[in-house]
Design a binder for this molecule. Structure first.
Ligand code: MSP
Length: 519
């Protein structure tokens, strides 16, 4: 049995339609899933939607519809976008599904049975206009007025159900200190640790139905629903059929727990790095191997907003994918910024990156290689026949790519992964410049040298496209087909990544430029 690899995205709120931020996490997860599948791991990739809670309840009220209707309407936009972006998830979970709701109750019941949940008194600020609790920090920042309508916040005191978060904090601190990779990037880990060390209160995990009737009912108390974050976080476990209840999901997917990586945005790190692990500890589950928090996108230098007109909506994404290709959009998001940091989406930068990396880099190398093999060797990859010293630069870059690729993606370093591919592209294009095969072709005595060079160029193209495939599945398949290579080959990547696998005699076919230059 191969080692399991379980990657998740946040489940997205259905109070609004998807945008670039949602697509970013999902594309990153897809690249990991595709890469580790190719590497021979047993991969499970989960995404879905978060459909309970006050946000959805209010958004539905504003639209004069039921929260369930809103969910049914908006979920389609997410599913459609994942189709449009060629996302290869294995499962899509909605928190309104029966398989989810009954497992949320089961998890809460387990915690109740273990005395990890108790009834206490909630004391705090409440925004009556918004019908929501406001934390002390937010209340203070707004002079104890509503951030939305400016009216004074009301002091609330009501009975609620609490999870013993404080009890588990020391154990969690120990875990974070022992496992450097548990929270990534490192700067975020330090943030979480120092905040944790200031102490945490127990967590109120219920909402009174008189204020919020939309959610999963507490299993022990019909007057309350489960707090939306507890409901939502448990999707990662529930989708695997855990806790076990005895239906069709039982046993089949449990092997994927613990998750290899939860990919999330930096804004929801505390929930994933503190609440979720403490709940798992209390319920007796292993902790996920890694929680990776990526940065935020701005658009054209500003925070995205519909009123500023710089909002990268689903329609906008469709337009970009139409102008370039959906693979190019996938590539740009992962190439443009360091995964842990913030990034700015700019149309101009998009075009520049495309022209530099893809049109002039990968695309140019592929067309030159195919054209020259066509012209000098009747379209058949030649056998290497002479030692060509300059080849070492290309084989060196190829070997570096093969050995580093997995490590880069193990640590979600998408930028470095792509850099390793581009280093090979540059090495191969540079190789053509210095060895000048177009001159050698005119001299019969140089035939052996030319054979080695064209074989190496063919091999470089094969490797570049093979490693680009998780990021750009369709473009890579198109390029590989032109190189006469089977894109669906199931040989594990570690083997396919070896230099020298392209068979002499493989037929290459001329195609239109894979990445036509954009003006
Ligand atoms: N429903 C919760 C997650 C529950 S997970 C158990 C939620 N949903 S969300 O739809 O509001 O956001 C989901 C993700 O989108 C978050 O990780 C958030 O960081 C990400 N993004 C939202 N806007 C973003 C950008 N502008 N840029 C990058 N990602 C951003 O939170």
């Amino acid at each position: 049995m191969s080692e399991t690899y379980y990657v998740t995205t946040p489940i997205y709120y259905v109070n609004d339609v998807p945008h670039i931020g949602h697509s970013y996490t999902t594309i990153a997860a897809d690249v990991l899933a595709r890469f580790f599948r190719a590497a021979g791991r047993d991969v499970r990739f989960l995404t879905g939607t978060d459909e309970h809670g006050v946000k959805i309840y209010k958004a539905a009220q504003e639209r004069n519809m039921g929260p369930d209707e809103l969910g049914d309407q908006v979920v389609v936009h997410f599913q459609q976008l994942w189709d449009d972006l060629n996302i290869s998830h294995d499962d899509f979970i909605r928190t309104t599904e029966d398989r989810h709701e009954k497992r949320v109750q089961k998890l809460v019941q387990t915690l109740l049975d273990a005395d990890e949940i108790y009834k206490g008194q909630y004391e705090g600020w409440y925004d009556e206009g918004q019908e929501e609790y406001v934390t002390e920090t937010t209340a203070k920042a707004n002079n104890y007025n509503s951030a939305i309508n400016g009216k004074p916040l009301v002091r609330y005191s009501e009975a609620n159900w609490f999870f013993r978060l404080g009890k588990w904090a020391p154990k969690l601190i120990e875990h974070i200190e022992a496992k450097a990779d548990f929270i990534q990037p490192a700067a975020r880990r330090s943030e979480v640790l120092s905040k944790l060390k200031q102490g945490v209160d127990d967590l109120c995990i219920s909402r009174n139905k008189t204020k919020l009737p939309w959610g999963v009912e507490m299993p022990n108390d019909p007057n309350y629903v489960v707090y939306v974050w507890i409901d939502a976080l448990s999707n990662y476990l529930n989708a695997l059929g855990l806790p076990e209840i005895g239906d069709e999901f039982d046993g089949k997917f449990a092997k994927y727990w613990p998750a290899t990586v939860h990919l999330i945005g930096k804004d929801i790190l505390w929930f994933h790095a503190v609440y979720w692990p403490c709940i798992l500890l209390a319920a007796g589950y292993d902790l996920p191997m890694c929680v990776y928090a990526h940065g935020w996108w701005t658009s054209e230098g500003k925070k995205m907003s519909k009123s500023l007109g710089n909002f990268i909506s689903r329609e906008e994404i469709a337009e970009i994918c139409g102008d370039y290709h959906r693979d190019v959009y996938r590539y740009y998001l992962l190439r443009a910024v360091n995964f842990g940091g913030d990034g700015d989406f700019s149309r101009e930068m998009f075009k520049q990156t495309y022209n530099a990396d893809l049109a002039n880099g990968v695309g140019n190398l592929l067309s030159r290689t195919i054209n020259m093999i066509g012209r000098y060797f009747d379209g058949e990859v030649p056998q290497p026949a002479a030692d060509v010293e300059e080849t070492a630069a290309v084989t060196g870059a190829a070997e570096a790519l093969r050995t580093e690729a997995e490590r880069h993606l193990e640590s979600c370093s998408f930028g470095r992964y792509i850099d390793s591919v581009l280093t090979l592209v540059d090495a191969a294009n540079g190789y053509i410049e210095v060895t000048e095969p177009f001159k050698l072709a005119k001299d019969d005595s140089q035939r052996d040298r030319l054979s080695t060079i064209m074989n190496a160029c063919g091999e470089a193209c094969r490797l570049i496209l093979t490693y680009l495939a998780p990021v750009m599945p369709e473009k890579a398949a198109e390029g590989l087909a032109a190189m006469g290579v089977d894109a669906d080959e199931t040989t594990p990547l570690a083997e396919r990544g070896q230099w020298g696998r392209i068979a002499a005699g493989t037929t290459v076919t001329k195609i239109d430029p894979l990445f036509p230059r954009k003006q």
